[in-house]
Structure formats: C-alpha cells, structure tokens
Design a protein around this ligand. Structure first.
Ligand code: DGP
Length: 112
C-alpha cells in the first residue's frame, strides 16, 4: 500500500467504497461518478501506477481481468466496455491502475 493513494485506501477499507467483488489480489468497487447503470472500477491490491507497470506483474494482471469478468457476471452484463486510461493526457486522474467496467446501456464507438 502506498501512502496518500486513494485506491489503496479503498482497497484497505480505510476509505468507504461500495465493493462489488474482491479476492486476494483484486478489488472491484463502484465509481463515485458513474457514467452508466454499471460503472465499476477494478484494481489490483498491489499499488501499480498504470497499465505499463501492471504488465510486469502477471498474477495481478490476470486477477484484474478475472475480476472484470466476475463483475460482468454479477451485474448480468453480456455486453460491456472495459477502459484503462493511461496517462493524464488520456484521462487518467488516479495513478493506481484501474479498469473501468461500464455497461447497462448502449455504448457508441468511437468514444469521446
Ligand atoms: P480515471 O479518470 O480513468 O483515472 O478514473 C478515475 C475514476 O475514479 C473516476 O471515474 C472517478 C473515480 N473516483 C475518484 N475518486 C473516487 C472515490 O473517492 N471513490 C470512488 N469510488 N471512485 C472515485
């Protein structure tokens, strides 16, 4: 856990979050500002900055993907979008890697 990391604190239960699913390596919780009926963030418990760093931790990367799949199952989503913003210029605002799981409404492409 990294001091001053919001998502580390949510994973540790120090800051409230609406947990959808968790296991030894990953935690899924609802986004505070949802853009769709389902908007869940999936993070590794390990503090990893972004997708580039996550790629160096195969067990954590696998756990994140499996947790995304589990969130979709729990939420009853056959169709959903998974987004990992990497870098401020791409919209990353919290520098603990997270996969947005978005669904429950129609989703257009390309995104904004
Ligand atoms: P990104 O912009 O890709 O880094 O996404 C960060 C997301 O984190 C954004 O959709 C809003 C969400 N978020 C920010 N602060 C909190 C919080 O305190 N709790 C929860 N549950 N989500 C948060």
């Amino acid at each position: 856990m990294l001091n001053d990391c919001l998502f580390c604190a949510i994973a540790a239960g120090e800051i409230p979050g609406t947990i959808v699913h968790q296991d030894e390596l990953a935690v899924a919780f609802r986004d505070i500002d949802p853009v769709a009926p389902t908007h869940v963030l999936v993070i590794p418990r390990r503090h990893v900055r972004d997708l580039g760093e996550l790629a160096d931790h195969a067990d954590d990367a696998q756990a994140v993907l499996a947790a995304v799949r589990e969130v979709a199952r729990i939420e009853g989503l056959a169709d959903y979008r998974t987004v990992l913003n990497t870098g401020a210029g791409a919209g990353q605002s919290v520098f603990h890697v997270h996969a947005h799981v978005i669904g429950g409404r129609g989703l257009s492409w390309p995104p904004g």
